[in-house]
Design a protein around this ligand. Sequence first.
Ligand SMILES: [Ca+2]
Length: 83
Amino acid sequence: MPEPNNFPGSRRAGICWIDGSGDLWLFGGNGYDAVFALGRLNDLWKLQRFCQPPAGDLDGDCRVDFKDLNIMALHWLEDTWHH
Ligand SMILES: [Ca+2]
């Protein structure tokens, strides 16, 4: 369950990877778990990427790229001033 205060503990020899959304996944290893119990770990964590979107990042993925340019181009001539 997502919770900003969850903490995966401290470990070594775990497996980690980053998925297509930029979120970090962490599995297992040796060390201390979330309640500071020492041993072999068999837990899976997903750490969601957090960033402060830079100016021009229109889709909120923390990158300014062609996706943002596409959004801007699609809305280029919209009249939003009088709404
Ligand atoms: Ca973007």
